[in-house]
Write a protein that binds this ligand. Structure first.
Ligand SMILES: [Zn+2]
Length: 56
């Protein structure tokens, strides 16, 4: 197994960690009840998707 040859400096460690932040997920509002949902999914509260009741 390989072993690091040199110690990473604190700045190079921070430079790598600068890309670790999480992005906020895209959300849409339900056209029927206004609940916040993930896009392209039926509403878990009222079961509506594209204006039709898809979940009983
Ligand atoms: Zn809904």
């Amino acid at each position: 197994m390989s072993v690091p040859t040199q110690r990473r400096t604190s700045s190079s460690r921070k430079r790598r960690a600068s890309h670790f932040a999480l992005k906020s997920k895209a959300t849409v509002k339900c056209s029927n009840c206004g609940a916040v949902l993930l896009p392209h999914r039926a509403c878990p509260k009222c079961g509506y998707f594209k204006g039709q009741k898809k979940i009983k």
